[in-house]
Design a protein around this ligand. Structure first.
Ligand code: HEC
Ligand code: HEC
Length: 487
C-alpha cells in the first residue's frame, strides 16, 4: 500500500464540527461504506498519515479526507484517496474525456467544432490548472489562446448566432469568429520603502471579426484566464446556508469591505452562483463547456454553437456528440480530485507570513475555513458523492462578489455581478501553480505576473489590504508571499 489513509471516530468528530449530531452520524456511516471498500484490512484509528509516515496536522488538511500530499506537476490532477474501485474507473474515464483532444467529425471522442475555443478541456486547463494566458504572446492571432472571451451586445443579451464566447478556432473550411488581439502597457511603482514593482494593463481588441453587420465596437467583451481546478468537489458541496450567513456578516465598514452572493438562473432554477470568476454559474458547467468551449453538442445544448451563421448550414442536426453519462464522468473526475495539503506549516517564516495575512485583513475575503454540507455533492446525472460531505475545508475564499475597483473592472455584468465585481479566488493550491503550470500568472485575466502584482492590483474593497501590505517592511511582505506559497 503506497498511501496509508485511515479514518476513524476522532477525525470524524473533528470533521463534523458544527453540524447536528444526527447528520454527522449518517455521514459517518456513508463515509465508512466508502472506506470499507478501499481499506477493509486497516483498522480505523482516527488518524490521517502523510506519505512519510507522520500524522497530518489539522492545518495541513486543506480538504479533510480529500487532502492529498502531492507536490509534483500532477498535484492538481490526482484523485482523492477514497476514490477506489468503480469510482476510480470512472475517474480515469473522466480524466481521458477531459484531456484527450477531440477529433473533427462524428463518432466517439470527436465532434470538435466547427468553431471552438479549445480542442479539449485540458488544452486550457493544462494539468487541470491554468494554461499560460495568451496576453504573453499577444493573443490568439498566432493560434490558440486558452482564454475565454465573453461577448455580449451593448444592449445586453448574447448573440444567438455567435454564442457566449468568441470562438477564435475553427475546423478546416470554416472561418473562426474572430481573433483576440492583446497589447499591454506597463507602469512602474514604488513601495513606501523604495522597492519597485510594475503593473501590466492588458488592452483587448477583436480582429478578423466574421460578421459584417455587427461591428466589433458594438460588443462588450470580457477576457478570462482559466481557473485552477483545485477543490471543485468541495466547492460544489459547500453549505449554502453557511455562505448566506457569510454574506450577511461580510460587512466591515472600517475596511470598506462588504461581499455578496451572486444569483443566477440555470436549468430553470434561480440559485446561488458559485463557479467562474464572477460566480456566474451554479455548477461545474460541463455541458456548457463541451458545447460552448469545444463545439461538442449534448442533450442540454443540442445545437452547434454559431448555428445561425451561414457557414454552419452543413453542420446542423448531426446529433448529440457526447452523452450525459460521459459528461457525468467528467463531472466526477473534477469533483473527486484531491486537494493538495499545505506544506511546511511549522516553518517560522511561514507562520509569520500567516500573521501578516491576518494583519492585512486578507482573510476577510479569502475566508480560511468553511464547511461542506452533510450530504456532500450530487453529480450531473444523479450520482451522489457523500465523501465530500461534512468536511472542514480551507479554500481561502468566501465565494462572494467584491467590488475590486476600476482597474480590474471589465464592465461586463453576469447575473447580479456588476462590471467591477469579482468572486474571491480560492487560494488553495496556489503555491503549486508554478510547478503544475510553469508560470505564476494570476487574476481573472492572468495580468499579474506574480503574487506581489496580484495583491497590488487589489483596489475598491481590496484597497485597505493592499495599503496595509504595501506599508509592511520588505521582510514582512516576503513572509506573506512565502505563506501564500505554502497554500
Ligand atoms: C478555451 C479555453 C477553455 C476550454 C476549452 C475549457 N475551459 Fe473551463 N474555463 C476557462 C476559463 C477562461 C474559465 C474562467 C471562466 C469565467 O471566469 O467565467 C474556465 C472556468 C471553468 C470552471 C470554473 C472553475 C472555478 O473554479 O470556478 C470549470 C469547472 C471549468 N472551466 C471546466 C471546464 C470543462 C469541464 C471543460 C471541457 C468540457 C472546459 N472547462 C473547457 C477556459 C476553458
Ligand atoms: C475585498 C476582498 C478581498 C481582500 C480583502 C483580498 N482579496 Fe485577494 N482577491 C479578491 C478577489 C475578488 C480576487 C479576484 C480578482 C480578479 O481576479 O480580478 C482576488 C485575487 C487574489 C489573488 C489572485 C489569485 C489567482 O489565482 O488569480 C491573490 C494571490 C490574492 N487575491 C491574495 C490576497 C492577499 C494576500 C490579500 C491580503 C493582502 C488579499 N488578497 C485581500 C478579494 C480580496
Amino acid at each position: 500500500m503506497t498511501k496509508l489513509f485511515l479514518l476513524g471516530k476522532p477525525v470524524i468528530k473533528a470533521l463534523r464540527g458544527g453540524f447536528p449530531r444526527r447528520l454527522g452520524r449518517i455521514l459517518f456511516v456513508a463515509i465508512n461504506i466508502g472506506f470499507l471498500q478501499s481499506c477493509d484490512h486497516d483498522a480505523f484509528d482516527g488518524i490521517i498519515y502523510k506519505p512519510n509516515g507522520e500524522i497530518a496536522k489539522p492545518e495541513e488538511l486543506s480538504a479533510g479526507i480529500s487532502t492529498i500530499f502531492s507536490t509534483v506537476s500532477g498535484a492538481y490532477d490526482t484523485n482523492a484517496d477514497w476514490v477506489t474501485g468503480e469510482l476510480l474507473t470512472r475517474f480515469n474515464r473522466g480524466d481521458g474525456l477531459y484531456d484527450n483532444s477531440r477529433g473533427v467529425g462524428t463518432g466517439s471522442g470527436n465532434g470538435l467544432g466547427p468553431i471552438f475555443g479549445g480542442y479539449s478541456c485540458g488544452a486550457c486547463h493544462r494539468n487541470t490548472g491554468r494554461t499560460t494566458p495568451a496576453w504573453v504572446t499577444g493573443g490568439s492571432g498566432a493560434g490558440f489562446s486558452s482564454m475565454l472571451v465573453y461577448i455580449t451586445r451593448k444592449t445586453g443579451g448574447y448573440f444567438p448566432e455567435y454564442g457566449r464566447v468568441l470562438h477564435d478556432q475553427s475546423i478546416y473550411g470554416v472561418k473562426a469568429e474572430g481573433k483576440i488581439k492583446i497589447t499591454t502597457t506597463t507602469e512602474k511603482f514604488k513601495f513606501p520603502d523604495g522597492e519597485e514593482y510594475e503593473l501590466i494593463t492588458p488592452h483587448y481588441e477583436i480582429t478578423d471579426w466574421y460578421d459584417y453587420e455587427i461591428k466589433p465596437e458594438d460588443l462588450i467583451i470580457s477576457v478570462r484566464a482559466p481557473l485552477r481546478h483545485v477543490g471543485m468537489g468541495q466547492m460544489m458541496a459547500l453549505n449554502h446556508d453557511e455562505l448566506k450567513q457569510l454574506a450577511a456578516q461580510s460587512n466591515y465598514p472600517e475596511y470598506g469591505i462588504s461581499g455578496r452572493l451572486n444569483y443566477v438562473t440555470e436549468k430553470g432554477k434561480y440559485d446561488i452562483g458559485i463557479s467562474g470568476n464572477k460566480a456566474n454559474h451554479q455548477d461545474l458547467t460541463v455541458e456548457l463547456g463541451f458545447s460552448s468551449d469545444l463545439g461538442v453538442t449534448n442533450d442540454r445544448f443540442p445545437h452547434e454553437v454559431g448555428e445561425g451563421q451561414s457557414q454552419m448550414m452543413g453542420f446542423a442536426n448531426q446529433g448529440v456528440e457526447i452523452s450525459t453519462r460521459d459528461m457525468e464522468d467528467v463531472d466526477l473526475y473534477m469533483q473527486t480530485l484531491g486537494v493538495p495539503a499545505r506544506r511546511n506549516v511549522d516553518d517560522e517564516t511561514i507562520k509569520h507570513g500567516e500573521q501578516m495575512f491576518y494583519q492585512a485583513k486578507c482573510h476577510l475575503c479569502h475566508t480560511v475555513t468553511l464547511h461542506t454540507r452533510p450530504r456532500g455533492s450530487i453529480l450531473l446525472n444523479g450520482t451522489q458523492l457523500p465523501w465530500l460531505g461534512n468536511q472542514i475545508i480551507h479554500p481561502y475564499s468566501d465565494f462572494l462578489l467584491h467590488d475590486m475597483g476600476q482597474g480590474l473592472a471589465d464592465d461586463y455584468p453576469s447575473g447580479l455581478a456588476r462590471g467591477c465585481e469579482w468572486r474571491t479566488t480560492p487560494l488553495w493550491g496556489i503555491g503549486l501553480q508554478e510547478i503544475v503550470n510553469g508560470h505564476t500568472y494570476f487574476l481573472h485575466d492572468g495580468r499579474a505576473r506574480n503574487l506581489t502584482e496580484a495583491i497590488m492590483w487589489h483596489d475598491g474593497e481590496g484597497a485597505a489590504s493592499r495599503s496595509i501590505f504595501s506599508h509592511m517592511s520588505k521582510e514582512d511582505r516576503a513572509a506573506l508571499l512565502t505563506f501564500l506559497n505554502s497554500l
